[in-house]
Design a protein around this ligand. Sequence first.
Ligand SMILES: NC(=O)c1ccc[n+]([C@@H]2O[C@H](COP(=O)([O-])OP(=O)(O)OC[C@H]3O[C@@H](n4cnc5c(N)ncnc54)[C@H](O)[C@@H]3O)[C@@H](O)[C@H]2O)c1
Length: 429
Amino acid sequence: MNKIAVIGLGYVGLPLSLQFAQSGVSVLGLDIDPAKVEDCNAGRSYIKHIPGATIADALKRGAFSASKDFSRVREVDAVLICVPTPLKKNREPDISYVLKTGEAIAPHLRRGALVVLESTTYPGTTDENLREVLERGSGLKAGADFHLAYSPEREDPGNPDSKIAEIPKVIGGFTPACLEKAKALYARAVKTLVPVSSCRAAEATKLLENIFRSVNIALVNELKVVYAAMGIDVWEVIHAAKTKPFGFMPFYPGPGLGGHCIPIDPFYLAWKAREHGQHTRFIELAGEINTAMPEHVVHRLAEALAARKTPLDRSRILLLGLAYKPDVDDMRESPTFALLDLLKNRGAEVAYHDSHIPVIRPTRERGHWTGTKSVEWNEKTVRSFDAVLIATAHKAVNYQQLADWCDCIIDTRNAMAAVKTRAGTVWKA
Ligand SMILES: NC(=O)c1ccc[n+]([C@@H]2O[C@H](COP(=O)([O-])OP(=O)(O)OC[C@H]3O[C@@H](n4cnc5c(N)ncnc54)[C@H](O)[C@@H]3O)[C@@H](O)[C@H]2O)c1
């Protein structure tokens, strides 16, 4: 397997392509977005933590190129699918991107080729939904004429220590031969492989990992509220608890869940479980607690403002951090959007500052904020707001300046802990 195609050149597909390209495999990147294809072929990166030079180098060596022409799948030995798997409005899984990709590649699939789905999804997507589309469009049989597997991505965006080659990769095959084929491919680029018995077991593994995060974040979010009512700081408690050398793993509270994975993936399982007559109570409860967090934060903000005799509906609020996690430029599902909406609906004047996101790009669900610009970071601007709400704790922010310039700071991330602040100016939320 010397030539592969990676479909979907986003946060998952682009770094994966480059890892294979660095490992002696020739990679054809396929995407329906012409701007991404053009950027890739010009050696330009559109993802902050991926240097353009890495793409340019792979292009120069002839190890990577991008295209919109899906018929070129006939040139490759393997196809890795990394397209979006969002939720529909009513929280049902939307696997249409996966199925459309299947339809687009099926007529061009080579006999003996390997197809691997990497997108996060519910058990059964690969060996049932995707398999049907591929078999129908190609006239070939999975497990006999072509190989089929599922291998979830474990990307940690923004973490410089997170290297694809070093992160163990779970793989499940449609048949034992499919698994062997997939292992042979991934062994070229990834050090440790974790084979499991089926595509479904691999799909379920990825969901467990993300449900685990969602449930534990909900737990600390609930404890944040409970402990605050008792006058106890949950951050102090977590820092103490994490000194336990076994049986504890720290999770941190915040203003709500964000990103393309944790707020979405658990509901893929909740939906599929219903088909089997099963209820996923932990998932629902965690979802309920986590989605209530923006309301809780706004409530704390209103309290802080009331203490200063400023009504919320006549206040000017600056939200600090639009990206859903520190030091990245990814704003998908960011709870800051929920905060912006809640505050605006209550009559407050709102703005945001995020040096990683100078302007809000179009989004499917928060289109009304498209084009809004990050305000400048300077004393005059910051002082012009009644309160600053820290939603994401980017390292790029000078929190000492914030402490000096602002008398009312709502801190959802414990970002002010290491800063010299004046009494009564910081409200944890
Ligand atoms: N971002 C993460 O950290 C992360 C981590 C693990 C798993 N995942 C999962 O990986 C998958 C991809 O996520 P992402 O963050 O890379 O998404 P993304 O939106 O960054 O990238 C998806 C890419 O697919 C392209 N695309 C959409 N429809 C297509 C089609 N029909 N054919 C070809 N290309 C198409 C888009 O143009 C885009 O470039 C999702 O299932 C996600 O849940 C993401």
